[in-house]
Write a protein that binds this ligand. Sequence first.
Ligand SMILES: [Zn+2]
Length: 305
Amino acid sequence: MQTVELCRGIILVEGERGGKYPSSNSLLVGEESFILVDTGFSLSPQAVKELKENFRVEAVVNSHCHEDHILMNHLFQDAQICCHRLDAPAVRSVTELNNRYFTPKDRELAKLGEQFLRVLLNLKDSKVDFEFENGYTFNLDVTKMTVLYAPGHSAGHCCFYFPREKVVFLSDYDLTSFGPWYGGTDSSLTETLSSVEKLKSLEAEVAVTSHRKDPIRGHDEILKLIEEYVSKIQEREKQILDALRGRWMSADELADLAIIYRRFPEPKDLFKVSERIMIEKHLEALLEKGKVKKQGDKFTAANDQ
Ligand SMILES: [Zn+2]
């Protein structure tokens, strides 16, 4: 387990393999007793034990309900577990979380999804002791951590800001080259855009995300990376329109092109559902802008595109 002290009272816990899914980076906040932000830093109970021996964790704060952020919650039963009100049901229940990854027509794959979460990742139902809202502040002796409700990635996705230190934890607006993920039925493309836009107005000098190995330092650098990150959305939109030029295709057929994932991780069929849900959100936005036409379940680029 690697930790990096960002400043007094704020410690980054590097997730395994650079925080790549199904791991994610965590934060320890405090001095004598600590808040742990997210519990997916390791898939090994031994690593969790080690962290608990070195840091007295009194509360766990989940940035949102996804498995890679709540994976080890069950090993912190003696701590207070907190998350945003809208993601609490999916932290409490693996079945509820799994339902957010599938639409009713994916019923068969959803069974495989639940198995993936429960058996392969050993994800367990978790308690939630406290549900917070936007602007809630965790007051510690050494620092203050404010909740920035930033939905889009999930319904109750939050970032955390330390105003005095100008440090921000951006959670799954992770500023990786993959770009934003909005593949849940509770995700929203428009909310992702407006949440990320709001994050630009923070006076942050250090940004940490759930899946980037190193902290980002300097306000200009943070802004530059946010711009690059958001531009992925326009890039995807353009690629979808290119694929639909002179051709009628369904969201399923577009998902086969893996425009967003490029290569589906295993289990491929499950990640292809996330791709299709993201494509559907793009198609909805493109329809609204009059850039595509729809007939039955097929889409094509409008003539003047
Ligand atoms: Zn997530």
